[in-house]
Design a protein around this ligand. Structure first.
Ligand code: ZN
Length: 343
């Protein structure tokens, strides 16, 4: 196995009870550093909780980074002014970056707003001007537009992109239009940007947009890649300076998941993976160093930004107000109050 440092750019905490589980699992996996991604924009009215939890985890553990998600009303989006104010506040508090999930089909449908809409422009301009990294989930696997190809579990999670959804290509074009307008905006598209149809597809995007990276968080890309394993192995090696390791670890994730993600990159094992047989990629040491560590440092910073504790109390208050009526709000609010008192 790879002996250097392993950093994970893509982990979630949703409720206070998750924090201990994630912290001990990350220790067990021997991560050098990891990044907690807010997921407030994903759940209507879950509101801000994951951002606060991520920030608190940064305070407790100097190896933790936190990317803040954006708060929206239950339908539509927050105003341009609100989005700009939110990212200014997150940056001042000490968040290390911003997580966007506004391009995932169910969220894109709920907001009803293209990713290149004017509402996002002042925020994106600020992020670009201040060199704040963005990790963005855009689209889902192409087959989520075809319900006959989806599993019952995927459908049950509300991931079918039905006829009211804009197409995969439309949403991808919106995301890339924001990159054209903001070429300095350092972006990592989650889950390989669902660009694993061919190496030409992935290369084309990376060639055109020099500040775009992909994370290797599963995803369906490894299953897609299994059909042209050697070609993809060459791609993963050649493009290692644009790829980041991620797992989507959350409290409910199996303990076997992270070792599996590493096995796929590091070994030559033949495994059964999501219904296909996959010969793992056995990437060279230098490519692994890029994917596990160097790109994490380059993208998220060599060390986490300090939290401004002076601002934290008022931020927790702001989030508590925001949560009014939210699912789990009373549980979470009690925990937050206790956490606030412990500061
Ligand atoms: Zn995720």
């Amino acid at each position: 196995m790879y002996k250097g440092q392993v950093c994970d750019i893509h982990i979630h905490v949703s409720i206070p009870q998750d924090m201990e589980i994630i912290a001990s699992r990350m220790k067990q996996h021997g991560y050098a550093k990891y990044c907690l991604l807010g997921c407030g924009s994903y759940y209507p009215r879950a509101k801000g909780v994951s951002n606060v939890l991520a920030l608190l985890q940064k305070l407790r553990d100097p190896s933790v980074y936190a990317f803040a998600s954006l708060e929206h009303p239950e339908t539509g989006t927050a105003s341009a002014e609100s989005l700009l104010e939110q990212v200014k506040m997150y940056h001042a508090l000490g968040f290390d970056g911003v997580k966007m999930i506004e391009g995932k089909p169910n969220i894109r449908l709920r907001t009803g707003v293209p990713l290149d809409d004017a509402v996002y422009e002042p925020m994106l301009g600020f992020l670009e001007a201040h060199d704040i990294p963005v990790l963005s989930h855009v689209n889902d696997p192409r087959f989520f537009w075809d319900i006959t190809k989806m599993s019952p579990a995927q459908i049950a999670r509300g991931w079918y992109a039905g006829p009211d959804n804009p197409s995969f290509e439309t949403v991808r074009a919106e995301a890339l239009e924001t990159m054209r307008r903001h070429p300095g905006l350092r972006t990592t598209f989650a889950h390989f940007f669902f660009a694993s149809g061919s190496t030409d597809e992935a290369d084309g995007i990376l060639d055109r947009y020099p500040n775009v990276n992909f994370d290797l968080t599963p995803g369906t890309h490894y299953a897609d890649m299994s059909g042209a394993r050697n070609e993809w192995r060459t791609f993963l090696t050649r493009r290692s300076n644009r790829l980041l390791f991620g797992t989507d670890n959350a409290a409910a994730t199996s303990e076997a998941h992270t070792p599996l993600c590493r096995q796929i990159l590091e070994t030559a094992n033949e495994i059964e993976y999501r219904g296909v047989s996959l010969q793992c990629f056995e990437l060279p040491e230098a490519a692994l160093a890029d994917i596990y560590e160097k790109n994490f440092d380059r993208f998220a910073g060599a060390s986490p930004r300090p939290v401004d504790c002076e601002r934290l109390s008022s931020y927790i208050q702001w989030t508590s107000d925001l949560m009014e009526g939210a699912q789990y709000a009373s549980d979470i609010r009690a925990d937050l109050t206790a956490l606030d008192k412990s500061l």
